[in-house]
Design a protein around this ligand. Structure first.
Ligand code: GUN
Length: 299
């Protein structure tokens, strides 16, 4: 029997509706609304799409959306000065610099220039430290959203074997911390892991975040497991017509869904959760910065 589809799009919509209601309530009470600033340096086509979507959903949630587009050749100090201005702006509660940034800039310096309390991406070392210490701080949006989907599929994660393929700061490492917090036994795999297939076959929860189209094969998947595909890869699709492309994940989806108990599709799985969690982080930033109680949004 094919696996249950984990509908991230539907879950994310419900989360965004809950956020929008809370934004509306706070606006009526305090005549204030959350503000999110997104900075894009250069014109990477995938980043352009992500930034546009973030802007659309931010406004739809009733928040203020500020977008700053800087040319690829912008000197690093100009970007840092812009971030400094946004740090000081009381109408801006969250700041996100879309990654990747051009190679003449230091990604770490850029991240560390954002005030930790406005770092809705959860990448500042202070927030990373909070996460590793099991304390409250901002958590990167993609692993936060993926964890929500996993918890919606498996009520109690205690003792489950979770295997994560990918060790990035944006997904793999925070994902491991979040699953550890849920009492999973966590293994992080990467390009130098010996016998990756064998490790994956031990996974009750398998998270693929490598950025390699359909690398995870059906015979890597433990029957009855939950598979979370974080990959978004654009590949040629000649069956759709000459020069056409399609999006696929890191997992060989059609075959894998015959083995797993539940699986996220690409698109429509983890992707929509990333933006919803960015809005949730921005709402939390707004509440903390204004001394309002942190809302409890249930989906
Ligand atoms: N590029 C791809 N995903 C992300 C993300 O979650 N945050 C930022 N800042 N850049 C990204």
């Amino acid at each position: 029997m094919p696996a249950n589809l984990i509908d991230g799009k539907e879950y994310a919509t419900r989360l965004r509706v809950g956020i929008a209601k809370e934004v509306e309530r706070l606006k009526k009470l305090h005549d204030l609304k959350p503000g999110l600033a997104v900075l894009l340096v250069g014109n990477d086509p995938a980043s352009e799409i992500y930034v546009r979507n973030k802007g659309i959903h931010t406004k739809e949630a009733g928040m203020e959306s500020l977008e700053f587009r800087l040319p690829a050749e912008t000197p690093e100090k100009e970007l840092l000065a812009k971030i400094d201005d946004l740090n000081k702006d009381p109408n801006v509660n969250g700041i996100l610099v879309q990654l990747p940034i051009p190679s003449h800039m230091s990604q770490q310096r850029v991240i560390e220039t954002i005030l930790p309390e406005k770092d809705v991406d959860g990448l500042h070392p202070i927030n990373v430290g909070y996460l590793v210490s099991g304390l409250d701080g901002f958590v990167p949006c993609t692993p936060k959203g993926a964890t929500m989907l996993i918890k919606n599929s498996i009520k109690d994660l205690t003792g489950k074997n979770a295997v994560i393929i990918g060790r990035s700061n944006l997904v793999g490492k925070p994902m491991a911390q979040l699953l550890l917090k849920e009492h999973c036994t966590v293994t992080i795999c990467h390009s130098r892991t010996d016998n990756l297939q064998k490790v994956c076959l031990s996974a009750d929860i398998l998270v693929a975040a490598v950025g390699r189209p359909e690398m995870v094969k059906a015979d890597w998947i433990k029957p009855g497991s939950v598979v979370i595909d974080v990959g978004v890869n654009r590949i040629p699709a000649p069956e759709k017509g000459e020069g056409k492309n399609k999006l696929v994940g890191d997992v060989e989806f059609e075959k894998a869904r015959e083995i797993a108990d539940a699986i996220t599709p690409v698109p429509g799985g983890v992707g929509p959760m990333t933006i919803a969690c960015l809005l949730l982080n921005t709402l939390h930033a707004f509440c903390v910065q204004n001394g309002f109680e942190k809302p409890d949004i249930r989906v």
